[in-house]
Design a protein around this ligand. Structure first.
Ligand SMILES: [Fe+2]
Ligand SMILES: [Fe+2]
Length: 305
């Protein structure tokens, strides 16, 4: 589908309420893809390239190395002979599927051990590992033609390495999961609440500066500057709510608790399933709360003052 004169999209539904978008930015000299979805989206993405009448698809950017953003890398690389570009630090997640599984699904194997079903489910979303040709940081300018320029920004928090883009001629902000789904049966997770809050502030600052005409994300319908502010507010609340919930769990327990009961209790109280993404996220909240002196840690146990 066409978003505006420069940008095209493909969309599938991951569930009743959660879409997954990938994008193409078209220039006269060459075009770029932003994210490759899951492996089953390959033909849809080829269809998007055809709809856009792009003749030279030169780069595929992965906003971050989660399975639903890199799933068709290998097939797209083969079909278009393009370069794969991804944020610095994310390379091995994209190139080495065993490493991807271990890093993503086994953050604490003593709590959530290996499962063949989970491994097949996650690795099945991707068409295999592919080499990362360009490691991207903030401030890269990609000139698709003299009037069409993309600039890269780093937006860590959800993962420790994530990038997004501004397409200047249409004043469009393009993100992957820098804004995560906040109402779902699972936690999409964030690996650093502190970095995530800084990313939200950065997005709010950019939005004030540019007042974006369109804001495109992987898992929300296309929106605008107002819509972005609403999403930022929702994510701020989610991060705060997780901190408050952890604190209350420790107060209610009246004794020190380890990671596992804290994580399960956060899931129960906030109505989410027990899953590796939420486990890594709760650990990140605990780690930063200990660093900030809000929670005390003794060995494997956490407590409040
Ligand atoms: Fe993600
Ligand atoms: Fe995602």
């Amino acid at each position: 589908m066409k978003i505006n004169e420069k940008i095209f999209a493909t969309k599938i539904m991951l569930s009743d309420t959660i879409p997954l978008y990938t994008y193409l930015v078209k220039g006269k000299d060459f075009s770029v893809l932003i994210d490759s979805g899951i492996s089953s989206m390959f033909q849809d993405i080829v269809g998007m390239v055809e709809e856009s009448h792009s003749t030279n698809v030169r780069i595929l950017f992965n906003t971050h190395p989660h399975a639903d953003h890199i799933g068709s890398n290998k097939n797209l690389k083969t079909k278009y002979d393009l370069l794969v570009a991804a944020p610095i630090g994310s390379e091995r997640w994209i190139e080495d599927m065993e490493y991807h599984y271990e890093q993503f699904c086994l953050p604490f194997p003593e709590i959530l051990p290996h499962s063949d079903d989970t491994k097949q489910e996650i690795l099945g979303l991707m068409d295999g590992g592919s080499k990362v040709d360009l490691s991207v940081s903030e401030g890269l300018t990609i000139t698709l033609d003299p009037k069409t320029q993309l600039t890269t920004f780093t937006f860590p928090g959800h993962m420790l390495y994530e990038i997004g883009f501004i397409e200047h001629s249409t004043n469009t902000l393009i993100l992957g999961d820098a804004i995560t789904v906040y109402e779902a049966g699972f936690f999409p997770g964030h690996l650093s609440p502190r970095q995530y809050r800084a990313t939200l502030k950065k997005l709010a600052d950019l939005n004030r500066e540019h007042h974006f005409t369109q804001v495109l994300t992987a898992h929300f319908e296309p929106t605008d500057a107002e819509g972005l502010n609403y999403l930022l507010h929702k994510i701020h609340y989610l991060i705060d709510e997780i901190d408050w919930t952890i604190h209350q769990i420790l107060v209610d327990a009246g004794e020190p608790l380890s990671l596992e009961p804290i994580w399960k209790s956060v899931c129960d109280r906030m109505g989410r399933i027990y899953e590796f993404r939420g486990l890594a996220m709760v650990h990140a909240h605990l780690k930063e709360a200990v660093q900030d002196g809000r929670i005390l840690q003794a060995g494997d146990l956490y407590m409040v003052n």
